[in-house]
Design a protein around this ligand. Structure first.
Ligand code: PMV
Length: 316
């Protein structure tokens, strides 16, 4: 029995620890509900098969026609194929419509959120719920196709939709945010593929293991200190930790002129800390702001060319 269904998945931001997390250090990430993927499933006539409508780009894909070299295969077809294979189920007669407000290649988890929403809506339409761990494992498989060697932080924070303290290969660890805090998320407008920056950092590590290993280790210390600060409500400690984490990411070569300008603009306008978030070189920066200062910081970010500024309150 196939039924109509709806599912959604949020975006995400990495607060601390990107890149070092690929090499075994912890990272802290939180969901970003201000941007989302929405998916709807509607039963279709017998024999019509599975159709995916990507509403944002106005295109329609037939599951059975999509070859693996198709440009949208990894994003739209592969998550559904994985879920159907897991269920040992053949192609259902179903139309899935997806819509996303998460910018692609911006470090806000667009790929993982798309996969999570597609898999969830398919499971709901087939009335075949799976445990979150399984959905997470399937989305991780999709992430591997996008990125090669992802740490798993994106899929975990998006599938569980709660703040996570993530260590590669370890069970999920959540933590308490005892005092909510406000972040501005500013989009550089530059799309930068994560697998390139992750590959470049790996090369740097191979070339200079001592220096780069020490940077990873220091980022790990920052992440642990940030967790303690967040758990104990000492938000005033986060700003300098963000600034130091950003400087270390710059040393790892994943900042850029635009990201530097955005961080500088946020700090000059009164932010307590700022750093790039995600893969880097493009994508987003995050800035820690007192609630009364958000307008002036957002204005400064826009003046420096931010394509979009999202204000979000981070809470448990
Ligand atoms: O997907 P992004 O751009 O938010 O980056 C993910 C974070 C990295 O640490 C750079 C990669 C990873 O797999 O954890």
């Amino acid at each position: 029995m196939i039924r109509a269904a709806h599912a959604a998945a949020p975006g995400k931001i990495i607060l601390f620890g990107e890149h070092a997390v690929v090499h075994g250090q912890p990272a802290i990430a939180v969901p970003l509900a201000a941007v989302q993927v929405q998916a709807r499933a509607d039963p279709a006539s017998a024999g019509s098969g599975l159709t995916i409508r990507a509403a944002d780009i106005g295109r329609v894909f037939r599951f059975r026609d999509a070859a693996e070299n198709h440009s949208f295969y990894n994003a739209l077809i592969y998550p559904l194929r994985l879920a159907l294979d897991w269920l040992h189920q053949s192609e259902p007669d179903l139309t899935i419509t997806v819509q996303s407000t998460i910018p692609i290649g911006g470090g806000l988890g667009s790929g993982a959120a798309l996969a999570a929403a597609l898999i969830r809506v398919l499971l709901a339409a087939l009335d075949s719920p799976l445990p979150r761990e399984t959905v997470n494992a399937l989305v991780y498989e999709v992430e591997k196709r996008h990125h090669g060697s992802p740490s798993g932080v994106d899929n975990t924070v998006i599938v569980y939709a709660q703040p996570v303290y993530f260590v590669r290969g370890q069970p999920l660890e959540t933590f308490e945010i005892s005092r909510p805090f406000t972040l501005l998320v500013a989009d550089s407008g530059i799309s930068s593929p994560t697998h390139i920056t992750v590959g470049d950092v790996r090369q740097l590590y191979d070339a200079e293991p001592d220096r780069v290993g020490a940077i990873f280790a220091r980022i790990g210390e920052i992440v642990r200190a940030a967790r303690t600060a967040i758990e104990s409500g000492k938000i005033e400690l986060l700003g300098s930790l963000m600034n130091e984490n950003h400087a270390l990411l710059r040393d790892l070569t994943v900042s850029s002129d635009k990201l530097e300008r955005l961080c500088r603009a946020a700090l000059d306008a009164g932010a307590q800390g700022a750093k790039l978030s995600g893969g880097g070189r493009g994508g987003n920066i995050i800035a820690l702001a007192e609630p009364g200062q958000t307008d002036q910081i957002a204005a400064a970010l826009r003046q420096q060319g931010a394509a979009r500024v999202i204000e979000t309150v981070v809470r448990s």
